[in-house]
Design a binder for this molecule. Sequence first.
Ligand SMILES: [Fe+2]
Length: 379
Amino acid sequence: MRLSVEPSGRLEFGPGVLAGLPGFVAELGHDRAFVITDRGLRATGIVGRVERTLAAAGLAHEVHEDVGPNPSTVELDRGAARLRGFGNAVVVALGGGSALDAAKGISVLAGNPDAVAADADTLWSAADGLPIVAVPTTAGTGAETNGFGVVEDLHVRRKVYIGHSSVLPRIAVLDPELTLGLPAPVTASTGLDALVHGIESLASRGANPVSAAYATQAVSMVSRWLPVAYRDGADLEARSRLMLGAHLAGRALTLSGLGLVHGIGHALTARTGTPHGVALAAVLEEVMTFSAPAAASAYETAARAMGVSTVDGGGADAAIAAVREISGSIGIKRPLRELGVTREMLPAIAEAAVADAVTKNSPRLPAPAEVLDLLQAVH
Ligand SMILES: [Fe+2]
């Protein structure tokens, strides 16, 4: 075996670590910060807290609050125009996965004066973007562990990957206090996403011992603490462990890739706007059952990480049962018809899921007809 592993960026984790933000910006050689955040995050008080922290340290800053739940190339171009006007700075990516994804694209565009987001495919070899400090406010996506984002190209109505090695966040600031106020459904959706990252990473064709080390620990922490954080959002220990587990899951998937659960999840969200984690939950056990013949050892590892016994070689069954229990305890699994999916949409969703690049790492490669069967069973 040969392995070449790029390290992720620096991690600063712990309750209250946000207070160090001005110092992190300064360590990257800048005295200016351009904050990119979700529309609506201000209402939580977090944006104001970041502004006060930067202002108290005398850092010039501007806040760009123009990122929606599924960011588009148009939003990225708007953000890049504003950042170019602000000038050279550290980009502080503040919010959920959408804000972090958008910030990476905006940062690349700002480093390339004539580029537009619709050129996403050519930007991978463009000039460097501005350096990013990522401050996630949810525990799940792992977007702070990689240098690309998924955005919607409104002109051709498809998801595009936009990124560059230079916009891998230099520092991930993981402050679990920022997640204390997350509503339970958001905790469930983002946390389930992290659990799926761990499980799909373990079973991925791209898995290796390094990704598996991250993924195993991630599955252990997320499975243990997600139900606790869901029941009591004010439990700081649960919030902390869940956030760190989700980060490790992000490191795992960045190294290994994912699989069919995400292929289907992307297709569902693109057509119905269903939150990412809810879309994944709708098919998770069913995809695991489909994949089990090719993923016995990975699922046995997952089952052990979730603390369930795997006697008689029944690792896959045990893992699937454990996942069903977690999913049930956070009330996230719903039939597709309740997510706005009609029977007529299923063939196109199956086709899109198989065509999604993420599906190529599935342990058992599906044909569209097999995915269609699976979708009909959960409709
Ligand atoms: Fe995900």
